[in-house]
Design a protein around this ligand. Structure first.
Ligand SMILES: [Fe+2]
Length: 431
């Protein structure tokens, strides 16, 4: 199958153009949804003043709304729908078949149901996969003849002729509730980020109720929190990042280190849930506006191949991303300052302190620091190595980085990541 991200011209020209200094200052769009956070977002009874329910309901002229969710998050559907049904007479159709990694078949199935119902408001309730399924189905609802896999970011999506999107996350990690991208998976194991020339897939509303994340199992808290940390570090480190996105990313990094261990230890403790929900949403803003780093390119390939949790996989590659990017920028020193691990006498020592700090958090969360620890068999890894080395450079997160890694450099990263060893940046490969 051919995908937009495999397009030769985009890879060889598109990536470098996006990073070019002279173009970077030409236009800097910054897109976010209207964001509401709190414990009272779904009130059954109208208050004295108009609230978020009134504001969202105003977008539903046909009084028909379609709710996309999965078998876990469907338990929250009644709470979400009640105020719209009772206060505004909106009729819902609930589709609860969203699957992990948003496979294209389920996206098409969802779009089909959406088309038959004809809503003008779509609610996406669940983790990143549910929200991404809703985004993919939204594209196909508006444009039934589109091929999602060839929709490159230079093609306008022309959404919102039929419906608007409300995202309600029940996990704290993917940032999909604020992002202009949907990650869809395809039968050959490829995971593809889909988005438009302008970030049209940014939801119209993001509703963040922390009680929807209470009771998340510890490993899911760790994995999704790891994803949020990776987005924040990516969002700070990638070449396109600017002051606005960096400010958000830095604060998010600090918040994750402060609150994720507590959220992991006790899934019913509300304050860490509130903080991690905010952190994940905040990390999604630079992810959406300036893109992700090579952690995501490497993590997508391995995660897609071995079906390992996305967040756990991308965080595993963050130490390597920091090492690789340190060849081009010393921005990581600002992260060291924020986490109080800077050695003012040595940048190299600062970098190794920072990596130690990240890996310390990973151990605390029982997240694998190597592919071996993540359960990948060496024989299978070696058998797939050529595919891995071919596939990774086609991921946009790879070619929107500071520089293109050679095949030998990429191989070095993967081989070191297998055993959890750090790169030897003084070796000939990295000079
Ligand atoms: Fe991610």
């Amino acid at each position: 199958m051919s995908y937009w991200s495999h397009e030769y011209l985009l890879r060889t020209w598109g990536g470098p153009m996006v990073q070019a200094e002279f173009l970077k200052e030409a236009q800097k769009p910054f897109f976010v949804p209207r964001i509401f956070s709190g414990l009272n977002l779904f009130l059954d009874k109208a208050g004295f003043l108009p609230d978020v329910v009134d504001l969202v309901a105003k977008e539903c002229k046909t009084k028909k709304a379609f709710l996309v969710t999965d078998e876990y998050a469907v338990r929250f559907a009644a709470k979400v729908m009640a105020p719209y049904e009772k206060r505004h007479g909106i009729k819902f159709e609930v589709w609860k078949e969203a699957k992990p990694d948003a496979p294209i078949e389920t996206v098409k199935e969802c779009a089909d149901k959406m088309r038959r119902f004809g809503p003008d408001l779509i609610f996406a309730l669940g983790g990143g996969s549910s929200i991404d399924t809703a985004k993919g189905a939204w594209i196909l609802y508006e444009h039934p003849d589109v091929n999602i896999e060839i929709l490159s970011p230079i093609i306008p999506l022309n959404l919102r002729n039929k419906a608007k999107l409300v995202a309600i996350p029940t996990t704290s990690g993917t940032g999909s509730e604020v992002s202009g991208v949907a990650v869809i998976s395809f039968p050959d194991g490829v995971k593809l980020g889909v988005g438009g020339a302008l970030p049209e897939l940014v939801p119209d509303f993001a509703l963040l109720d922390p009680t929807l994340t209470v009771g998340m199992p510890p490993q899911l808290t760790a994995g999704t929190g790891g994803d949020a940390l990776a987005h924040a570090i990516d969002g700070f480190m990638v070449p396109r990042s600017d002051e606005l996105n960096q400010a958000i990313a830095l604060k998010t990094i600090k918040m994750v280190f402060e609150w994720l261990p507590r959220a992991y230890r006790d899934g019913n403790d509300l304050m860490p849930r509130i903080k991690m929900q905010q952190a994940a949403m905040m990390a999604g803003i630079p992810l959406s506006n300036v893109g992700s780093g090579i952690s995501h390119a490497l993590g997508h390939t391995i995660g897609g191949l071995y079906h390992i949790h996305h967040g756990a996989m991308v965080l595993l590659f963050i130490p390597y991303e920091l090492q690789v990017y340190s060849k081009a920028t010393d921005r990581y020193l600002e992260i060291c300052n924020v986490l109080d691990v800077r050695d003012t006498n040595s940048d190299t020592k600062s970098l190794s302190n920072l990596i130690g700090k990240i890996r310390g958090l990973m151990s605390e969360l029982h997240l694998a620091v190597s592919l071996k620890e993540a359960g990948v068999s060496r024989a299978d890894f070696e058998k797939n190595l050529d595919f891995i080395l071919d596939q990774t450079p086609t991921d946009p997160a790879f070619y929107f980085g500071w520089f293109d890694l050679t095949r030998a450099q990429l191989m070095d990263v993967f081989m070191c990541a297998y055993d959890g060893k750090l790169l030897d940046m003084d070796s000939d490969i990295w000079r």
